[in-house]
Design a binder for this molecule. Structure first.
Ligand code: ADP
Ligand code: ADP
Ligand code: MG
Length: 500
């Protein structure tokens, strides 16, 4: 059996992912002079990233279980194409220890942590236990698989609400808030089923539900020689369904002392598992207290905000680390300059509680301009399907101050036109005009409590939102929007049709 390459220059990288993140990684590889191999499913035959890679291989039908989750097929392509490394991106197999191990067995460098590390920390119960052992505060909870009766006992001591969490969970799935005992049975069954079907693990644990915390995370980098640094924080409190919609760096909630403490905690836990490559340690923050949540053993969706404020290219760092190169940066070399914000543009209808929106993108006009970055694989005629994540694009804006970054983001989102499907652009614009958001007074339930787009029907509020949507653009370009949802047509489309 061949041993996994420990180090040495890479030559050709297979990207085991799709969409914007595949494109992001392809760009990073090309910049470093590495050859690239893309894989694609039936649904991605015409995707942009496929033609940007130097080679591309079809691997199966649209459902991820037939394509992007097929370790055997992906390794076949790696062998056939002579790739010597695999970058997993995020989602799909990125945090799968068996995949990392299979790469090792095939003599291919996995650009991420070794399987032992993912096993130690990928499971949330193990990660919690590890944090406790290393003196890192966690939310009061039980660090073991629980039965309903354990939860009742726990709530007797700590009170409701409590949060049931799937040990294998991710992307906000496998989680249920329980506000009173009578809700427990159903919530327990739902969370366990979701854990089983989405992550192949029905184990649940329980935590006290923190009412209005912030989600703040620390980016870390670790080379193969045991050098570890952190690149500061990302504020990710703007969420729906426990999933991020907006991310910023720095956070308005941290001062240098708290920042330093959280950075040190992230490094401590990474060191404890001999972490390798890029990773993120997530925390909940309430006042001056922070609590460990989990470690994501991969590149994160929102990594660009860190790149914008530190000037450090995280994909380049990942590739260098995989080659066995020593980190070129020391902690004191990391400097945060200005402020960056990312808006996730998803194929969801913010007027209908973020229901998925699918269909063909009739047209798309990307924003641009000074200090604006757009990461997207979208193009005209792209088919947005039900098979994958709803993320269409990420817009990232930088400014000397938070206010400047937010103003630039607003300008960029007004330029951004996506015709044919519903997107989160109107939500993002609405949020950018919210006073409390502007003041930085946010928490993880901010969207639920403060933003009520589904109630925005008339008056200046709707007008402001409409102005920013594709309406005006559609009129000019005479494009008929194809609305593919089962929900009633959004008002602005109805109005548009009447005016035709
Ligand atoms: P990030 O943590 O990078 O901010 P998300 O939580 O939105 O991003 O997750 C990014 C993508 O990865 C989503 O498609 C999500 O469904 C998926 N994902 C996250 N964690 C897991 C996991 N443990 N297993 C499978 N998919 C996951
Ligand atoms: P995932 O793997 O799905 O990303 P996380 O543990 O990172 O799960 O939590 C995702 C989000 O769920 C957090 O950002 C936060 O909004 C919410 N959350 C998680 N744990 C708690 C808790 N104990 N109390 C309140 N909210 C929580
Ligand atoms: Mg998380």
């Amino acid at each position: 059996m061949k041993k996994q390459k420990k180090s040495g220059p890479l030559r050709k990288v297979l990207i085991a992912n799709r969409g914007e993140i595949a494109l992001r990684i392809i760009r990073g590889c090309h910049e470093k002079g590495l050859k690239t191999v893309a894989i694609y499913s039936e649904a991605d035959r015409w995707a942009n990233y496929v033609s940007q890679a130097q080679e591309s291989y079809f691997i199966g039908e649209a459902p991820a279980s037939e394509s992007y989750l097929r370790i055997d097929k992906i390794l076949d392509v790696a062998k056939k194409s002579g790739a010597d490394a695999i970058h997993p991106g995020y989602g799909f197999l990125a945090e799968n220890s068996d995949f990392s191990e299979a790469c090792r067995k095939a003599g291919i460098k996995f650009i991420g942590p070794p399987p032992e590390v993912i096993r130690k920390i990928g499971n949330k119960i193990n990660a919690r236990t590890l944090a406790e052992k290393n003196g890192i505060p966690v939310v009061p909870g039980l660090s073991q698989p629980v039965q309903e009766e354990d939860v009742v006992q726990f709530a007797r001591k700590f009170g409701y609400p409590v949060l049931l969490k799937a040990a294998g969970g991710g992307g906000g799935r496998g989680m249920r808030v329980v506000r009173k005992k009578s809700e427990l049975g159903r919530a327990f069954r739902e969370a366990a089923t979701e854990g089983e079907t989405s992550f192949g693990n029905p184990d649940l644990f329980v935590e006290k539900y923190v009412e209005n915390p912030r989600h703040i995370e620390i980016q870390i980098l670790a080379d193969q020689k045991g050098n570890l640094i952190h690149l500061g924080e990302r504020e990710c409190s703007i969420q729906r369904r426990h999933q991020k919609l907006v991310e910023e760096s720095p956070s308005t909630a941290l001062d240098n002392r708290l920042r330093k403490k959280m950075g040190e905690a992230a490094i401590r836990i990474a060191r404890a598992v001999q972490y390798e490559n890029a990773g993120t340690c997530e925390f909940l923050v309430e006042g001056r207290n922070f609590y460990f949540l989990e470690v994501n053993t991969r590149l994160q969706v929102e990594h660009p905000v860190t790149e914008m404020v530190t000037g450090i290219d995280l994909v380049q760092e990942q590739l260098s680390i995989a080659e066995g190169t020593k980190l070129s940066l020391r902690q004191q070399d990391v400097e945060v300059r200005g402020h960056a914000i990312e808006a996730r543009i998803c194929a969801e209808d913010p007027f209908e509680n973020f229901a998925p929106s699918i269909g063909q993108v009739a047209d798309v006009q990307f924003p641009s301009g000074p200090f604006v970055r757009v990461d997207s694989d979208l193009r005209r005629k792209s088919e947005v399907s039900i098979f994958y994540d709803s993320l269409l694009a990420k817009v990232i804006a930088w400014g000397k101050t938070r206010e400047e970054a937010l103003d630039r983001m607003e300008q960029a989102l007004r330029e951004f036109k996506i015709v044919g499907i519903q997107t989160t652009i109107p939500f993002q614009l609405h949020l950018l005009q919210n006073r409390k958001f502007r003041e930085g007074k946010i928490h993880t339930r901010f969207v639920e409590k403060e933003i009520h787009l589904e109630k925005v029907k008339t008056g200046h509020e709707l007008e402001a939102v409409l102005l920013a949507t594709a309406l005006e653009y559609q009129r000019r370009e005479k494009i008929r929007p194809a609305y593919a949802g089962s929900a009633p047509l959004p008002l602005w489309i109805q109005e548009f049709r009447k005016s035709e």
